[in-house]
Design a binder for this molecule. Structure first.
Ligand SMILES: Nc1ncnc2c1ncn2[C@@H]1O[C@H](COP(=O)(O)OP(=O)(O)OP(=O)(O)O)[C@@H](O)[C@H]1O
Ligand SMILES: [Mg+2]
Length: 299
């Protein structure tokens, strides 16, 4: 079940696109039905609550998609810089580069192009770094932010990390998305913040609320067995109040920290606690989004 459609996609447009793709494939001697590689999907990962796993989900999704051979652009609109640091680790003079190439300058220029994009240390992943100057751009119009975030050319997927807040940049990132994922931790406070996110979204950009899904991060099989566990209590609150819950869950595991900070790889066959479950969860999530049935074993 694909849970998102790209913005340009109604059924007839999709058929025309498939036909053109077929002709192009024949003409160039390439793959006849490489439609999979033509789709541009913009995924925004957002939550008003901090520390729920937004940046971790961005990295895991981007790296898995890149391992499938897709060209991925990660856009970092979070002042915390987490994904920028991850993707630029070890690149020489990166501080200076990020001063000259970043999302804030892209917003000023009105588009994302080669001037703002950096090839990351990971194959098939490029990044538009964050910038402290975003602080001065929070009054930009949502629609202008949306336009810039969708302007990059030559990528199959654009994945946007956001700040744990609500401002015009976050709202613009919602508007730019074909799919919005909101990771959730099992606390009552997170539930309140999720309710706040949905209410803000319905008032600012109601059509995007229908593209928003809650993703249970920090899932514990152990707590699932106890009806009175906080996990089950919070889960019940979500089930009673929302119908946009993903069936895929991501496990609560310290491996996420090892992945982000020690550059370990996710491996579906790993014996390390949490690693295989995380790898399977991310594969499942991507297959659900893109209606695929592929398992990337290591990413
Ligand atoms: N499923 C998980 N299991 C255990 N730890 C996790 C999980 N997901 C994320 N973490 C850890 O939680 C911390 C916060 O994660 P992350 O930075 O991805 O959250 P965030 O929502 O982007 O935070 P912020 O709002 O500050 O940007 C990190 O230390 C990360 O390693
Ligand atoms: Mg973050």
């Amino acid at each position: 079940m694909p849970i998102a459609k790209n913005e340009s996609g109604n059924k007839s447009a999709l058929l025309i696109l498939v036909f053109i793709n077929y002709i192009l494939g024949q003409a160039t001697g390439g793959c006849a039905f490489c439609f999979w590689s033509l789709i541009i999907m913009v995924i925004t990962v957002s939550s008003i609550k901090g520390g729920v796993g937004k940046s971790s989900v961005v990295l895991l999704l981007a790296n898995n998609l890149a391992s499938r051979g897709r060209k991925v652009l990660v856009i970092d609109t979070d002042l915390n810089n987490t994904v920028t640091v991850y993707y630029t680790m070890g690149i020489g003079r990166i501080g200076e580069i990020c001063e000259r190439q970043n999302i804030s300058l892209a917003f000023s220029q009105g588009r994302i192009d080669g001037k703002n994009i950096i090839q990351s240390r990971k194959e098939n992943v490029s990044i538009v770094p964050s910038s402290l100057r975003l602080l001065d751009q929070r009054s930009m119009e949502n629609v202008d932010i949306k336009k810039v975030l969708r302007s990059a050319k030559g990528f199959n997927d654009i994945i946007i990390d956001t700040s744990p807040t609500y401002d015009s940049i976050v709202a613009g990132a919602w508007m730019a998305a074909d799919l919005i994922l909101s990771p959730v931790k099992f606390t009552e406070y997170n539930f309140n913040m999720s309710a706040c996110l949905m209410s803000k979204m319905r008032s600012v950009t109601p059509e995007q609320a229908k593209k928003t899904y809650f993703l249970f991060n920090h899932w514990s099989e152990q707590y699932a067995k106890f009806p009175t566990s906080m996990q089950n209590l919070v889960l019940t609150m979500y089930r009673q109040n929302f119908d946009n819950l993903l069936s895929v869950t991501l496990p609560d595991t310290r491996f996420v920290d090892r992945y982000t900070n020690f550059d370990e790889k996710c491996n579906v066959h790993s014996l390390q606690p949490g690693c295989a479950r995380l790898a399977k969860g991310i594969n499942e999530l991507i297959n659900m989004i893109y209606d695929q049935n592929t398992v990337v074993e290591v990413f």
